[in-house]
Design a protein around this ligand. Structure first.
Ligand code: HEC
Length: 188
């Protein structure tokens, strides 16, 4: 009898522990959002490089869009690369909080006297997280345009998505990675 009561107590203790753990898990999948640095380094940079390279093949000698230059495998590759960017951009766009670095000791590209540090970028984002998420959603939308063009094997739409991509990257970088310093002369 004693043993079974003890056993019950132990079970309840474990349940309480399990319940405690569950309480820390957010109900929404936002916990899976990567840091900005991870999203850039692991997905956005390599996949966008691949997208630009493959999309450039969909042109003829005159430089006009020409889907006949593309293999099925290349169209499939474009859809997959663009989907990967779309997924990670949506994760950032839907994240509850945006974190630049998982570990504050990590360095970001161009950090130094000229370029912002991870902590500075974090401060830029914390000032206007809604704008950051809107830029992330714009990247997702542009990536979805690549996917649609690939599915339709439409070289004109592919070219348009490819031309627009750089501006989508740049718009977010200008505001959150290297915004003009206060008091700096306007760019000429
Ligand atoms: C929603 C905002 C946003 C968009 C869109 C975005 N970036 Fe970034 N990117 C950032 C921020 C913020 C940083 C600075 C933090 C960092 O370097 O990790 C950054 C950093 C980078 C870096 C430097 C990474 C490093 O090693 O520190 C590269 C390269 C880069 N982005 C490329 C791109 C390209 C290419 C695109 C478009 C295909 C893009 N980014 C779209 C926000 C964005």
């Amino acid at each position: 009898m004693r043993i079974s009561i003890y056993g019950l107590g132990l079970t309840m203790g474990l349940l309480a522990l399990a319940g405690c753990g569950q309480g820390k898990t957010p109900a929404t999948p936002v916990a899976s959002a990567p840091t900005v640095h991870e999203a850039m380094a692991n997905t956005v940079v390599p996949k966008s490089t691949a997208l630009w390279e493959t999309a450039a093949k969909a042109t003829n000698d005159a430089g006009d869009p020409d889907g006949s230059k593309m293999t099925d495998a290349q169209w499939t590759q474009i859809a997959a690369d663009a989907q990967a960017i779309s997924d990670v951009a949506n994760k950032l766009g839907n994240a509850e909080t945006i974190k630049v670095l998982a570990d504050p000791s990590l360095k970001i590209q161009d950090e130094g006297p000229q370029g912002a540090s991870g902590a500075q970028v974090q401060a830029f984002i914390d000032k206007d997280p809604a704008a950051f998420k809107a830029f992330a959603k714009a990247l997702a939308a542009n990536s979805d345009a690549f996917v649609a063009a690939a599915h339709a094997k439409d070289a004109v739409k592919l070219g348009a998505a490819s031309d627009a991509l750089d501006g989508v990257c740049e718009a977010c970088h200008m505001k959150f990675w290297y915004p003009p310093k206060p008091g700096a002369p306007p760019a000429t």
